[in-house]
Structure formats: C-alpha cells, structure tokens
Design a binder for this molecule. Structure first.
Ligand code: ZN
Length: 245
C-alpha cells in the first residue's frame, strides 16, 4: 500500500494576545527554514527541511511572529464569482446577477453582469466570459499596435498567470493574463503595447521604451496602478479560503 503524505499541520502562534495560524510544511529539498505567503489559500506557510526539528521551526516562526501578523493582515480574502459580488470590468465595478430563467448565457448590461443557467455553472461561466471578453478587447488592440510597428502577431493566448501580465516570443506569439480585462483601459493598453513592442526589441533597452512610448502616451500611471492594485485582481473568482485549506 502506498504511504499517504503527511497532511500539513497548523501551528498556532500568539501575538499581542491574538492567535494566528501558520501552516507547517515539510519539504525534502528545502535547505533552511523559511516563511512564505500563500495568497491563494490565504495563509502563511512555514517551510522546514525534513531533518530540521519541529521545535526549531516553531522557534523560527515565533521570532518572526510580527512579520507573520503583518502579512496575514495584508492578505485580501478571495472574491468568488457568485450572485451579488462586485467585479471590475475595464476598471468599473459590475455586480454579478444570477438570472436562472434567462437563456442568454452571460451578458453585460450597464453595471451588471448577468449570468443565466444553473447556479452550479455560474462561476465557470463568469470565468469563461472574462477570458472571451479579454480576447475580444485585447486582440484588435494588439493587431493595431503591431501594424503601427510593421510587425505581425501570429497568435494571442489568454492565461491565468500570477507572475506576469503578458509575454511575447520572437515568432510573434503573445500571451496575456485574462485578468487584464479587469484593469482600467489605459493599463490594458499599456500592457499590450509593452508586449507588442517586444516584437521589435526583445529587451528593455532605451530603444524598447521609445517604441512603447510611440504607442501609448503614459506608462507611469499604468505601471504604478499594476504595482498597487494588480495583485488584488487574483482574488476574483477564487473559492473561499475555508474550502481550500
Ligand atoms: Zn517586457
């Protein structure tokens, strides 16, 4: 019989009289004890090498208790796609409304995103809609920018990447996070301009930035916006923390 891996244990630390929970995870390849934030599960994970004792790991976490407390307070709860929740579309908040009796799929009406069909499919339908909408909006912009630069976009794919908003290959394949459709238009335009500019310069040289500037008038605001708000976009459509732990 195969051995089942040990479930992660939860440690409880106390800071200023308040209990905090940290997930203890053992990694065979870890070289030292470390702490990391898991924004998807909404917790702080204490990673320890297999040979390190639990007591040493707990002592380490206790030393960093204030850091853990700060990180936990910064974590934003997930916003599942469900009836009544607010989601941004091109920077404007829209309320999801379940229309069980309608037969229209997903449609946008003023500040409402209507979703028909069974409630069990609502989250998936909203996900699919966001992805389709992202393609619908991004594609023409990417092709127009490419035309301006006398380059060709060979394909556009939409993904759910956490570490980057877009990427580009030498042969003209562009990839974007579908969550860009949640950002204000100027932010979306900038990210598309950035990736399309890589069709001319596969680097971040002065020439590259000059190319970006020829496509969009301002890149400081979008860059600052992404830095400040970009990470929060990842909480939309996630299941509540309690169902993932
Ligand atoms: Zn770049």
């Amino acid at each position: 019989m195969a051995r089942t891996p040990a479930l992660p244990q939860t440690l409880t630390l106390t800071v200023n009289g308040q209990d905090m929970h940290v997930l203890l995870s053992e990694h065979a390849r870890a070289r030292r004890i470390s702490l990391r934030v898991d924004p998807i599960r909404g917790c702080v994970v204490l990673v320890k090498p297999r040979r390190t004792s639990k007591a040493a790991a707990v002592a380490f976490a206790n030393e960093k208790a204030y850091w853990i407390s700060d990180r936990l307070s910064e974590l934003m709860p997930p916003v599942p796609f469900s009836d009544g929740t607010s989601v941004p579309i091109l920077g404007n908040m829209h309320t999801i409304r379940h229309r069980p009796d309608a037969r229209r799929g997903v449609w946008r009406e003023l500040e409402t995103l209507n979703v028909s069909g069974s409630v069990n499919h609502l989250s998936r339908r909203v996900h699919d809609w966001f992805k389709q909408e992202a393609r619908k909006v991004i594609s023409p912009i990417a092709h127009t920018y490419a035309q301006t630069l006398d380059r060709t976009v060979t394909s556009i794919s939409l993904r759910d990447t956490r570490s980057r908003w877009g990427s580009c290959t030498v042969d003209g394949k562009l990839s974007f996070s579908w969550r860009l459709i949640m950002t204000p238009e100027s932010v979306l335009n900038y990210v598309v301009a950035h990736e399309v500019s890589h069709l001319c310069e596969l680097n971040h040289s002065a020439r590259f930035w000059k190319t970006v500037d020829s496509l969009v008038t301002d890149r400081r605001m979008p860059t600052a916006w992404l830095k400040e708000h970009g990470g929060q976009l990842h909480r939309y459509g996630l299941a509540p923390w309690s169902s993932q732990a």
